[in-house]
Ligand binder design. Structure first.
Ligand code: PLP
Length: 390
């Protein structure tokens, strides 16, 4: 009997090693990893450069707290500021902490401005922002909320891609709009770019904050460092995590200066966030992602993957409803809820995938270092498994 709280339907495979695109179980069986630890190990398992940097840091300093100056943290912040819209950054250990930070930054900004009533946040139905009480109050589905009442008030949900509904929801109590530009856990739905442009305009006109949650879609997965850069729409706050640490727990909240000014010593913090180990890994990840040709590679393999999956959708049009998503964040929606069976079968054939949206969507999120030859192997296994499951 397992002594782990039963909050995940785990595959009963003890995984003990990872190398590049592959995971290995206790019996030595090899799995092509197109799940990447839920879109996290973007540079592949145990990337030698990151391992080397982490080993060096292990011998010098693990932790000292944010009461001291951490040079690696200052460096990563400086690099991210130079690459993005942001002026200031605070680091965390998980995506949900970045969500909490965004909510706090938003509320505190209006509080300091003397507009204390402006504290409500508009979120989008189907969005996911983590598992804390604040995060499930902001997003999530009924199942993730059920039994956890009382939830936090102060969130107003609107349907996706409906600018009129959003405009109607804005009141003099609205502080911000907080959304995932690509809803990932919610089924891999990209919000329309035109809608996002309108949201940007409306938030600007109304003097309210726009926050993008790029925890899953950010950090290279869509072919540039952040997805907002692909679509040319700048938020005022952005949350990110997952691929930032390639499996080492790192997250961040990026913000404009005028919002960050509302946070002063004693108002916010994190014991582990931005510690020397995490920041060493964060810098090493960025070293690799910023190498010439890295994002071009992601764009090229994304096109190849899409082409192959669209072929699969066409071939199995009676079984597959739609292939959607962007870059290397793709969902295959089935016409019946048997994603679990297909994912299990792929796993037994040596391919790791994940399933979401009430078992209807197979999610494909390979590491960004994936090559066409891996995509060929994965698609062959997927074809076989879909074919034999209907
Ligand atoms: C878009 C998004 N935001 C926030 C989170 C929460 O991140 P974490 O699980 O690291 O708390 C997730 C996790 O999947 C996510 O996909």
């Amino acid at each position: 009997m397992s002594h782990i709280v039963n909050s995940y339907n785990r595959l009963k495979i003890p995984i003990i090693r990872g190398e590049g695109m592959y995971l290995f179980d206790q019996g030595g069986k090899k799995y092509l990893d197109f799940a990447a630890g839920i879109a996290t190990t973007s540079l592949g398992h145990c990337h030698p450069y990151i391992v080397e940097k982490l080993k060096e840091q292990l011998d010098s300093l693990w932790h000292c707290s944010n009461l001291l100056t951490i040079p690696q943290q200052a460096l990563l912040a400086e690099r991210l500021v130079s690459l993005t819209f942001a002026d200031k950054i605070f680091f965390y250990s998980s995506g949900l902490e970045a969500t909490e930070a965004a909510i706090k930054f938003i509320r505190r900004y209006f509080y300091i401005k003397g507009r204390k009533k402006r504290n409500r946040i508009i979120t989008i139905e189907g969005g996911f922002h983590g598992r804390s009480i604040a995060a499930i109050s902001a997003g999530g589905n009924e199942r993730s909320r059920e039994g956890f009442a009382p939830l936090l008030s102060g969130f107003d949900k609107v349907p996706k891609n409906n600018i009129q509904a959003l405009e109607e929801k804005i009141s003099d109590e609205t502080a911000a709009v907080f959304l995932e530009p690509i809803q990932s856990e919610g089924g891999v739905y990209s919000l329309d770019v035109e809608y996002l442009q309108q949201v940007r305009q409306v938030t600007k006109d109304q003097g309210i904050i726009l926050c993008f949650d790029e925890v899953q879609c950010g950090y290279g997965r869509i072919g540039s460092l952040f997805h907002y850069q692909n679509i040319g729409i700048e938020p005022d706050i952005l949350t990110c995590a997952k691929a930032m640490g390639n499996g080492f727990p790192i997250a961040a909240c990026l913000t404009k200066d005028y919002i960050a000014e509302a946070i002063t010593p004693g108002t916010h913090g994190s014991t582990y966030g931005g510690n020397p180990l995490a920041m060493t890994v964060g810098n090493a990840v960025l070293d690799i992602m910023l190498k010439e040709g890295f994002f071009t590679h992601v764009q090229k393999v994304s096109k190849y993957l899409r082409k192959k999956l669209l072929y699969l959708a066409e071939k199995f049009s009676k079984k597959v409803l739609e292939v959607r998503g962007e870059g290397l964040l793709i969902g295959i929606e089935l016409k019946s809820p048997i994603a679990d069976k297909i994912v299990d079968q792929c796993c037994s054939k040596g391919l790791m995938l994940t399933k979401i949206l009430n078992n209807r969507v197979i999610r494909v999120t390979p590491p960004l270092i994936v090559k066409n030859e891996h995509i060929d192997i994965a698609c062959d296994i997927l074809y076989d498994s879909i074919a034999s499951n209907f």
